[in-house]
Write a protein of this length. Structure first.
Length: 345
């Protein structure tokens, strides 16, 4: 009798396959609570004969264990899905969570600012390829064949060809050549872009960086135009009252050439670590386009003159935001990048 019941319920338990957490609860209420089947069978056990007790005692205990095991397995199976259901049961009437906006890369911000200033002066934006041939990167720009920039130590060559090697451009001046070859003066353009040099990476040097090149070619363009244009640029970028000075320099593609300094943006000329206590920091190189370069590009150097300038965007950005390590620009560290202006387009 008791044995028959145990056999019957054991079968029921073995065949039990819950399809929901509610089934599991039903199982618990049927078998395991104080008025459940397990308890009632134990009650019944009390009244069986001593002989039967000997054999049925173990059978009944096994039955109890079977019911408990089945329950804990079923409970585990539905615990995970119950938690999941709880998570998705959001209150859909609550206001939505907005998207978190990223921020512009500091180099993009500064490049945009530089481009905007020159656009107002009538400069157009021109671009050129990053993989250049020898003519556009060196020869047309008046680099003599023995110039050290043509050395493997300074330039990443892609392909060595007799007389016209292919390399990653070392400056954006190559775009000047392409621009002048394509049309006739007047030219008034700025050329932002990435350039490559074969240098060891450190806080102060990198194997790639960004430049903005500027070119103005027309009849009667003079060094005074160059100075005034750059003076205006500096006032716009660093604020009214920023002083400039020009120091004579040498570049193969300009004659005369100069480097331009501005009064230190940190100490305002008083002297600090950034300006090495001189009160001045160099920001760009410039000069009158060498007549040879004009002729190389098919422009009559007797009729036309022009000025050109070039600056590193990293340098300008470092001064603007007081960044001391060039590597930060390319490490993609969100802690660094998120400090810059978020722009909604
Ligand atoms: Zn200073």
């Amino acid at each position: 009798m008791l044995q028959d019941k145990i056999t019957q319920y054991s079968q029921e338990i073995n065949e039990f396959t819950p399809t929901s957490a509610a089934d599991v609860e039903q199982f618990r209420l049927r078998f395991l609570v104080s008025k459940g089947i397990v308890k009632s069978l134990f009650d019944e056990f009390k009244s069986v004969s001593p002989e039967e007790k000997r054999t049925l005692g173990k059978v009944l205990n096994d039955f109890k264990q079977l019911a408990e095991l089945k329950f804990s397995e079923a409970q585990e199976q539905f615990a995970a899905s119950a938690a999941k259901a709880e998570r998705t049961a959001d209150d859909l009437t609550l206001p939505g969570v907005g998207f978190q906006l990223g921020s512009r890369h500091p180099l993009s911000l500064v490049r945009k600012e530089i481009v905007e200033i020159f656009k107002k002066l009538g400069f157009i934006v021109a671009e050129g390829p990053e993989i250049e041939d020898d003519w556009h990167n060196f020869s047309a720009l008046n680099f003599p064949p023995e110039h050290p920039a043509r050395d493997m130590q300074d330039t990443f060559f892609v392909e060595k060809k007799d007389g016209n090697d292919i390399a990653l451009r070392t400056h954006t001046s190559s775009v000047q050549v392409r621009l002048m070859e394509m049309g006739k003066p007047p030219f008034r353009a700025i050329m932002p872009g990435r350039v490559y040099r074969n240098e060891a990476i450190s806080a102060r040097a990198h194997c790639f960086f960004h430049q903005v090149e500027g070119l103005y070619v027309d009849e009667g363009v003079s060094f005074a135009d160059l100075k005034q244009t750059l003076y205006h640029f500096v006032q716009e970028l660093y604020g009214e009252g920023t002083k400039v000075r020009f120091r004579p320099s040498y570049f193969p593609f300009t004659e005369p050439s100069a480097e331009m300094d501005i009064s230190c943006t940190i100490c305002k000329g008083e002297g600090c670590q950034l300006c090495k206590y001189s009160g001045w920091v160099e920001i760009l190189g410039c000069g009158m386009v060498d007549p040879n370069v004009l002729e190389n590009c098919g422009i009559d150097s007797k009729k036309y003159t022009g000025f050109a300038f070039g600056m590193g965007i990293e340098r300008i950005t470092n001064l603007k935001y007081e960044i001391r390590d060039l590597r930060l620009f390319s490490e993609n560290d969100v802690r660094f990048l998120s400090q810059f202006e978020t722009e909604i387009i």
